[in-house]
Design a protein. Structure first.
Length: 265
């Protein structure tokens, strides 16, 4: 890149970082149980600034969805949480946070690898392999989302996964080489912040349509399991409260809350 353009580009990044919400402060921890727990403990005693990030080299009890353990080799990946106060969102629209954040991660990944997909509700996949997971924990007070902790685990430099997590993968496994975690975190936060600003300014249309464009198995026939029954269906979208809509071969549209339906291979 021409040196003047590089200079402008660097200034642009610095300008964005200075004005962004997500990443307005970054606390680095060498070890903690779980960055979501750490953020929750902070919220008990004070009100961290909106967008405050807590990032750990090592989580001793990293938490995944439905009480699963989140595997991450110390110092190899991004494991962090941030706090937001989305009081502008109705509580029945909480799923918009999930969409905006997963899209921010997808935007970041798509600049580095092809075929990035969001597997409903908010897992990040590259083809059939999971590269990142998101754990969102909301506090509701007086009918409003008073605070929200967003935890993200993104596999970057890890080469081997030991747990029985389904088909994990890292950026380095896909592209080769090794990444600088400090630099990547900054770039990732910029992408998440851009989507959060869209959400805050009421621009839900691009968020909704980009989410669908990125949705794993959208409009494709595939097999799903409901209770003990396997059926063939096509994902038609996600309703306003975040339920997955699947049309079956009888042309009935079924809606599912998280864990009411499983994706078959
Ligand atoms: C999932 O099961 O897909 C969600 C995984 C979320 C993992 C991240 S790592 C940082 C934050 N702290 C945690 O304990 N969990 C989340």
């Amino acid at each position: 890149m021409h040196s003047f353009r590089r200079y402008v580009f660097t200034l642009e990044i610095e300008f964005n970082i200075a004005f962004m919400t997500i990443g307005s402060s970054i606390d680095r921890l060498s070890q903690t149980e779980s960055t979501n727990n750490y953020a929750a403990a902070q919220l008990m005693t004070k009100r961290p600034n909106e967008g405050a990030v807590f990032v750990a080299d090592c989580q001793t009890v990293g938490r995944g969805q439905i009480n699963n353990f989140w595997e991450s080799e110390p110092g190899k990946n991004l494991t962090f949480s941030f706090v937001i106060y989305p009081e502008f969102l109705r509580i029945d629209r909480q799923f918009e946070i999930s969409k905006a954040v997963s899209l921010g991660v997808a935007d970041f990944l798509s600049e580095r690898v092809d075929r990035v997909r969001i597997k409903w509700p908010n897992d990040l996949y590259v083809e059939n392999r999971k590269i990142a997971g998101i754990l969102i924990e909301n506090s509701i007070r007086m009918g409003k989302i008073s605070s929200c902790i967003v935890g993200i685990g993104l596999n970057i430099n890890q080469q081997k996964f030991l747990s029985d997590a389904p088909n994990p993968v890292s950026l380095a496994m896909l592209t080769g080489g090794e990444y600088d975690l400090v630099d990547l975190l900054e770039k990732l936060l910029l992408k998440i912040d851009a989507r959060y600003q869209q959400l805050k300014s009421g621009l839900t249309h691009p968020i909704d349509s980009d989410y669908l464009s990125c949705l794993y198995r959208y409009q494709e026939w595939a097999h799903y399991r409901m209770n003990d029954e396997v059926f063939e269906g096509k994902i038609k979208g996600v309703d306003e409260i975040g339920r997955l809509m699947i049309e079956n071969r009888q042309q009935n549209t079924l809606t599912f809350h998280f864990k009411e339906v499983a994706f078959c291979k």
